[in-house]
Design a protein around this ligand. Structure first.
Ligand code: TYD
Length: 133
């Protein structure tokens, strides 16, 4: 079984609109050290193409939609994200690619660690070697 979770966030909604608050504890799995977001990516572009040795991330499609391809070296699945109320929680050692971006897609990533290039595995064969250990 691929090791990921789809989190359903609590929505504070009323006639003025909606709000989601993410705070470590009951509704969020780790302390957030870094946030980045991605937009303006053409539909057929494939981003990501890496795994992390330690990092955990929660990925939220705050606007529009896109597809996440997840691969643990044994199986591969596609998760379609199209709601700001859902977060895709990915732990370490999962190869990820994301694509099929809608024109209005904005992807926000909440990360458990600061940016560290040494935590990246950017070569798929190297990833397969590391997860087979
Ligand atoms: P990259 O990891 O290639 O993006 P993606 O996996 O979405 O295709 O990152 C793009 C650039 O941004 C690269 O030069 C590294 C830089 N970057 C940071 O400086 N800090 C960060 O937290 C991230 C995620 C990327």
């Amino acid at each position: 079984m691929l090791n990921y979770d789809l989190l359903n966030f609590k929505v504070h909604g009323d006639h003025t609109g909606n709000l989601v608050a993410l705070e470590k504890g009951a509704d969020f799995p780790f302390e957030i050290k870094r946030v980045y977001y991605i937009w303006g990516t053409d539909k057929d572009v494939v981003r990501g193409k890496h795994a992390h040795r330690k990092l955990e991330q929660v990925i939220v499609c705050t606007s529009g939609s896109c597809d996440f391809i997840l691969d643990d070296g044994k199986e591969r699945t596609t998760v379609h994200l199209d709601s700001p109320t859902q977060g895709l929680h990915i732990k370490s050692n999962i190869w990820r690619e994301f694509t099929n971006f809608s024109p209005d897609c904005v992807v926000m990533v909440l990360a458990s660690e600061h940016y560290d290039e040494s935590d990246y595995i950017r070569d798929y064969n190297q990833f397969l070697t590391e997860v087979a250990k």
